[in-house]
Design a protein around this ligand. Structure first.
Ligand SMILES: *Cc1c(COP(=O)(O)O)cnc(C)c1O
Length: 425
């Protein structure tokens, strides 16, 4: 693959116009949309309008007149279009961690009806917040959190399992589970499934209803470009929606919040997954992000985005192997069906304890923004690169690898300034 090949692919790319929806700093190749999506160009004016007009002029009237009250449901329907959920099945609210708490509580409350089901199963390499939330819920419900490796599935699914809680695309490795097959195996064992779509929503096609999943949650500020700390989302299969036990039974999840009655009565629909008053300005930013992904619908939607994402990650893998032979191990699966929208590399021969981190820092200094995730005895340090087909092209991939080649050949990673580890990596 040559630079000309990359330019040629960009010239033929039907999704290339989507790049115009974003404001990116000059000279930046952004490979971290899996951690914080980029700014939609429409967001500053839209948020300013929500502040000055809806808040400033409309004041409290805007809960009705500006559509604030049902914003979580309206945005939920937009997310639903990206994850194979029907209108009225998803709401945008709270953080991923908090939403996980709600759905995992509800799943446990349902599964515990059978006393022999005393295990919540998850992956050892799952994102820590998911494990921390599960740990705390297991403790308070007298259950045990069993951590496994992906290769242990489906064998670990015994009649003791209450809930199988997995992240669809692994945040470290970019490995993707087969949601349909694993859900079927869990159901065959009588267990419920909770899926975290943090690295899936807006990144890979997801078909929640078709997969027959039970519960799902996901993140608004990664591939959905909703802005730092944007609200997350919750989905519950309609077969569970009616008996969903909301542990955070706040007034916004009440059937009639403005009746101000002393007893909790859950809302009949997805409003039940809300807790308290919603962050309207953050939801406003999230809508701008969702619209950037939905803008791909007339161009083939998630299917077209997925095709380009795989082509971009293939190109990055091939160019890295071609131009930095022997330097890196590919941590992300090569198999398309098992790969999300990111590529992770580890060092084949790590020279210093901070080398992987320092390479990422040297790349950032050159305008190529990826990130680093530290390892332990079981997992290597990794360089993590997210590929968002909405605003990345093949020439970007070429240039990113060119910078990586230079960082390695010039040994820029040795500079002391790149070896000071920051609070956020
Ligand atoms: C990013 C991410 C989260 C983030 O949770 P917050 O509550 O938004 O901090 C949770 N789970 C997974 C798997 C993630 O990748």
């Amino acid at each position: 693959m040559t630079l000309d090949d990359c330019k040629c692919l960009d010239a033929q790319d039907p999704l290339a116009p989507l790049r115009d929806q974003f404001t990116l700093p000059d000279g930046v190749i952004y490979l971290d949309g899996n951690s914080l999506g980029v700014l939609p160009s429409a967001a500053p004016a839209r948020i300013a309008e929500a502040v000055s007009h809806e808040w400033g002029q409309g004041l409290i009237r805007s809960w009705n007149s500006a559509g604030w009250f049902d914003l979580p449901q309206r945005l939920g329907d937009k997310v639903g279009r990206l994850i194979g959920a029907a209108p009225g099945e998803v709401v945008c609210t709270d953080s991923t961690s908090i939403n996980l708490y709600k759905v995992l509580f509800a799943a446990i409350a349902q599964a515990k009806a059978d006393p022999k089901r005393r295990l919540v199963v998850s992956e050892r390499s799952n994102f820590p917040t998911d494990l921390y939330i599960a740990e705390s819920l297991c403790e308070s419900h007298g259950l045990q959190l069993k951590l496994i490796d992906a290769s242990d599935l489906p064998g670990v699914l015994t009649e003791e399992v209450a809930v199988l809680m997995l992240t669809h695309v692994n945040y470290r490795t970019g490995a993707m589970h087969d949601m349909t097959a694993i859900t079927a195996a869990a159901h065959a064992a009588g267990a419920l499934t909770v899926w975290d779509l943090a690295h899936s929503a807006g990144a890979v096609p997801v078909a929640l209803n078709e997969s027959n999943a039970d519960f799902a949650i996901g993140c608004g500020y990664k591939y959905l470009n909703g802005g730092p700390g944007a609200p997350a989302f919750v989905w519950v299969h309609t077969r569970h929606a009616g008996q969903f036990r909301q542990p955070l039974s706040g007034w916004w999840g009440h059937a009639a919040p403005f009746e101000f009655t002393p007893h909790y009565r859950p809302a009949p629909g997805v409003g039940r997954y809300l807790c308290g008053t919603q962050p309207i300005l953050s939801l406003t930013g999230l809508e701008c992000g969702l619209d950037t992904v939905l803008a791909a619908e007339p161009l083939g939607g998630m299917t077209a985005l997925r095709k380009k994402s795989l082509a971009l990650t293939d190109a990055f893998i091939n160019l890295t192997e071609q131009r930095c032979p022997g330097l890196f191990n590919l941590v992300t699966p090569r198999e398309h069906a098992q790969r999300g929208s990111q590529v992770c590399l580890s060092l084949a021969d790590q020279r210093t304890p901070t080398q992987a981190y320092a390479i990422v820092q040297a790349l950032i200094a050159r305008g190529v923004i990826g990130d680093y995730r530290g390892g332990d005895e079981q997992m290597p340090d990794i360089l993590r690169f997210g590929f968002t087909p909405l605003y990345l092209g093949f020439e970007d991939v070429w240039n990113a690898v060119e910078h990586l080649v230079q960082v390695m050949t010039l040994e820029e990673w040795r500079k002391s300034e790149f070896n000071q580890i920051n609070a956020v990596t």
